[in-house]
Design a protein around this ligand. Structure first.
Ligand SMILES: [Zn+2]
Length: 282
């Protein structure tokens, strides 16, 4: 039986900006790199706290470990809900070598991917249970966006939102960390999408790209201003409990501001990781 693995897929079509490590972080990376060991499958592996990291390259693995610790903190600080990411968990983060065509094709086959990626830039990953997987770009700084995105999916899962539920929240929040605002069709009707199931999201009747862009923009919209932020927190807490995220009345009240927000949003060209933006004070 084919497993439904494409629960948290992200495509990125252009490269990210470089991320500068501080001297202290460089020392940390060097120290972790000494602990990285090659496992039976040939992956460079290290266990750190709540995580196991695996990749095709020892330094890459060490960089993932340092970056993930920073990102976990940023994620905790960002989430506007009462539900917290648990203190203890076990996440395995696996990065495959995006430049290894043979391995990539084998994995595509294994996970049942039958489509073709023509604008391949190695920014492709998925989350399954408490595992995050992605294909690494040629250097770590170009892989941060997809790492952040897939980690966010896994964190949401650990907070109570199954991967195969409420795509609008899952993709929206995971993509909130993928900071390129995209054009959203102006006819976008919030009510149709907020409660959209995973199955509907991927059934081909609506554009996955447009849904992704809209769900991301919606999170930007909700994160603006204390009142909407608070409602977003409530919405998330409800979703984690398996409840409907927003009532029809709440959606109706939000709609005029949402419609205006969609109209005035200019797409951003830059693609940067969440932490790059924090460092630049954006
Ligand atoms: Zn995703």
């Amino acid at each position: 039986m084919k497993k439904t693995l494409f629960v948290a897929v992200l495509f990125i079509t252009s490269a990210a900006h470089a991320f500068e490590w501080t001297p202290a972080e460089e020392r940390q990376i060097a120290a972790i790199q000494k602990q990285v060991k090659r496992d039976r499958d040939g992956a460079w592996t290290v266990e750190r706290g709540n995580y196991a990291f695996r990749s095709h390259d020892a330094r890459f693995t060490a960089e993932m470990a340092v970056y993930t610790a920073l990102f976990e903190k940023a994620f905790r600080d960002t989430m506007p809900c009462k539900t917290k990411l648990p203190g203890k968990f076990k996440i395995t983060v696996t990065a495959y070598d995006g430049n290894n065509d043979k391995q990539r094709n084998e994995i595509f086959k294994r996970v049942g991917f039958t489509g073709e990626i023509t604008t391949w830039r190695y920014g492709w990953g998925w989350g399954e249970g408490s595992n995050a997987y992605f294909f690494a770009n040629k250097c770590f700084s170009e892989s941060q966006i997809v790492l952040e995105h897939e980690l966010a999916h896994v964190y949401l899962f650990l907070m109570g939102l199954p991967h195969e539920s409420l795509r609008f929240i899952h993709e929206g929040f995971a993509s909130y960390f993928y900071p390129k605002k995209q054009r959203v069709p102006l006819s976008y009707n919030l009510k149709d999408y907020v409660n959209m199931s995973h199955a509907k999201w991927f059934d081909g009747s609506v554009s996955v790209q447009e849904n992704g862009a809209a769900s991301q923009l919606f999170m930007y919209f909700m994160m603006e201003g204390p009142k909407r932020r608070e409602l977003l927190g409530t919405m998330l807490d409800r979703a984690f409990k398996g409840m409907k995220p927003l009532t029809d009345a709440e959606i109706k009240k939000l709609e005029p501001a949402w419609n205006a927000y969609m109209k005035m949003t200019e797409p951003e060209q830059r693609e940067q990781s969440h932490l790059s933006r924090i460092r630049e004070g954006r």
